[in-house]
Ligand binder design. Structure first.
Ligand code: SF4
Length: 409
């Protein structure tokens, strides 16, 4: 019987000074990581469609800045509704947005739709190289590498924040992973490590390892297949790497939201194309105040708080309430409606975006009979049932839920 070949893995000590990783080291990392992946891979719906480039593309767009657990609920329904590039290309914007509703970052849906139309005009084939994929709207370095490696077996390294964290620890990279130098260093290492065989699965193995074992806090080194060659684990730096000097700056924003009501119908308007919540419907609203020093807790928080029953709604008016009421009056003017009674506060809704912690202060605003000039912008009056059919952001869906609940009390 042949004896197995044992490769002694020399661990690079200071990666910044190492230009090329030793061949035996690269081979050992690939073997260990793919072996672990074969035993531990997550069963995800898009992995059952690995040979379908369109399905991979949809998955990678949905996964941008969104948790796997969230995407799972949206993925198969989206593909059932739009099973091919052609089906997506032929769909209306509104139908695509409606199917995307709740996933957030709606520009992704519009980019995907635009790209599908471009491809449809060229025959409907998804490009099979990372370079060609990057020419499509919404596809950058990471997404193109992921699609090309998974769907077309191209030797491309897909590096996102998860992978950067694992590589910085594994190879002891002390450069700031958010800096140009740090990004280039991590990318260089990832490119060296990605194998010719099974590049897509190798990229997904990094992702699974980063998600299940080498997590941002408390990496589980004892369960890690890369523990013996890992610089951070063997030098006690797992908690201090990666280095990230650029801090996320979050701004707290207070938003006045007016639910103008006439005979059981509510005034809604459609957001312009481009920018946040592009093309979605919403209640008229305006930013009232911003605070650049929002806390992380505020950013993570997400809630809806009613103001109690109609009878107990507070009529006291603080300075901030006054500012909000002034803003509501401004909204009435800009929307071309006349208030028939003073606005009454329904409650507040918190909603976190990447860089903004939003607090919606929701007011019910009874209006007199709308004139022809009412709803000047591209809007209209809808019943609660009509509202349910519109494409709406999660934030405004929460506002509506709160409003309906409070109105029923
Ligand atoms: Fe991360 Fe620990 Fe594995 Fe190193 S040994 S890659 S720090 S989990």
């Amino acid at each position: 019987m042949r004896r197995p070949v044992v490769v002694a893995v020399a661990r690079p000590t200071r990666t910044e000074t190492v230009d090329a990783l030793p061949t035996a080291y690269r081979a050992a990392i690939r073997r260990k990581l793919l072996g672990w992946y074969d035993r531990n891979r997550r069963d995800l719906p898009w992995r059952r469609r690995a040979s379908d480039p369109y399905a991979q593309w949809v998955a990678e767009i949905m996964l941008q800045q969104t948790r796997v657990e969230t995407v799972i609920d949206y993925y198969e329904p989206f593909l059932r509704r739009f099973p091919t590039v052609g089906a997506l290309a032929r769909a209306d914007h509104d139908h695509v947005l409606k199917q995307w509703e709740g996933l957030g970052y709606y520009r992704r849906a519009l980019g995907l739709h635009r790209a599908a139309r471009l491809l449809h005009d060229r025959g409907g084939q998804v490009p099979d190289t990372a370079e060609a994929l990057r020419e499509l709207p919404g596809i950058g370095e990471y997404t193109s590498a992921a699609i090309a490696s998974i769907a077309f077996n191209r030797r491309e390294a897909a590096v996102d924040g998860n992978v950067a964290r694992v590589l910085a620890r594994l190879l002891g990279v002390h450069a700031d992973v958010l800096s140009t130098e740090g990004k280039a260093r991590i990318r260089d290492l990832a490119v060296q490590l990605v194998p010719v065989a099974r590049p897509g699965e190798f990229n997904q193995a990094w992702m699974d390892l980063g998600s299940a074992v080498c997590t941002p806090k408390s990496p589980d080194c004892d369960r890690c297949p890369l523990q013996s060659p890992c610089v951070a684990a063997t030098t006690g730096q797992a908690d201090s790497l990666p280095v990230r000097n650029g801090k996320r700056r979050v701004v707290a924003v207070r938003v006045a939201v007016a639910v103008f009501v006439y005979r059981g119908r509510m005034l809604v308007r459609q957001r312009p194309t481009g920018g946040l919540w592009s093309g979605l419907w919403e209640f008229p609203n305006v930013d009232v105040a911003t605070d650049p020093a929002a806390s992380e807790a505020a950013v993570r928080g997400s809630s809806a708080t009613g103001n109690g029953s109609r009878k107990t709604r507070s009529t006291a008016c603080s300075a901030s309430d006054r500012a909000t009421l002034d803003a509501i009056e401004g909204l009435a003017q800009s929307e071309g409606v006349a208030l028939a009674a003073p606005p009454s506060k329904v409650g507040t809704v918190s909603h976190a975006l990447t860089h903004r912690a939003l607090t919606f202060e929701v007011y019910e605003c009874p209006v007199g009979k709308p004139s022809g000039a009412g709803a000047k912008r591209s809007g209209g009056w809808v019943t609660p049932a009509g509202f349910a059919k519109l494409s709406v952001s999660v934030a405004h869906r929460k506002v509506h839920t709160l409003f309906v609940k409070q109105s029923a009390d």
